[in-house]
Write a protein that binds this ligand. Structure first.
Ligand code: PEP
Length: 251
């Protein structure tokens, strides 16, 4: 099955309104009318609304970095799926390693966030990935399996079309160290096999699995040449329009 590629830019905690609108406009200008790939931008929530005006008329998908599972109420510091939709977003990233590590979000909380996003019709990008310690201890597969099983717990097959999986080894995020294309391909193939065991083969074949971890203009082509790498979640290089444009236009 040919899956549509997805190139996602995570702006993390960067960009004022002015800077974000300028960057978004530059990215819009460098996108072509693709049929084989989609582009997604995840600005900080303070500028989602302004960036949505810049993206209007383009096919670029707008995402948040996180989402609450409730629509409204006493959840200080949280943003609901409907608030995100109101601001112009149609996707939420959940389980990013910075949420897991710096803000101690558990698999259970991440699962609630994902289910909340899906229930309100958002697309959800579930991030998973092992730390260097876990890799060196030989626990990579076990950690990824736990994160997938717990992250997707009670997500019905009918909502799996809204889900994207992002494999981001923690040791490769923001470090300049990229996992090799062979390492990533092998891991993605194993993840797809796991998804076919949890759900069924068709769902696994249709699921997009992105790689994230120091993706750059110089390594995107070789990563994207692999059968089970369906796109990239890009941090640092997404903050520069020239680099990100090159990544979007991978060959
Ligand atoms: C990320 O933030 O998800 C990421 C992969 O960052 P970087 O590309 O900078 O490693």
């Amino acid at each position: 099955m040919k899956r549509k590629a997805l190139i996602a830019g995570n702006w993390k905690m960067h960009m004022t309104v002015l800077e974000g609108c300028r960057l978004a406009a530059e990215i819009v200008a460098s996108c072509k009318d693709y049929t084989d790939r989609e582009v997604l931008l995840a600005p900080p929530c303070t500028i989602i609304s302004e960036v949505s005006h810049i993206l209007a008329g383009s096919k670029i998908i707008l995402s948040s970095h996180n989402v609450c599972w409730e629509e409204k109420g006493a959840f200080t510091g949280e943003i609901s799926p409907t608030m995100l939709q109101d601001a112009g977003a149609s996707c939420a990233i959940v389980g990013h390693s910075e949420r897991r590590q710096v803000f101690f979000e558990s698999d259970e909380v991440i699962n609630k966030r994902l289910k909340g996003a899906l229930a309100f019709g958002l697309m959800g990008i579930l991030c998973i990935g092992e730390t260097l310690e876990e890799r060196e201890a030989g626990n990579t597969q076990a950690v990824l399996e736990r994160q997938v099983r717990k992250g997707l717990a009670d997500v019905p097959a009918s909502q799996m079309k809204q889900v994207v999986l992002a494999y981001e080894p923690v040791w490769a995020i923001g470090t300049g160290v990229t996992a090799s294309k062979e390492q990533v391909q092998e891991t993605h193939a194993a993840l797809r096999q796991l998804i076919s065991e949890i759900y069924e083969k068709d769902i696994a074949e249709g699921l997009r699995i992105l790689y994230g971890g120091s993706v750059k203009a110089t390594n995107v082509d070789e990563l994207m040449s692999q059968q089970d790498i369906d796109g990239a979640l890009v941090g640092g290089a997404a903050l520069d329009s020239i680099s990100f444009a090159r990544i979007i236009n991978f060959e």
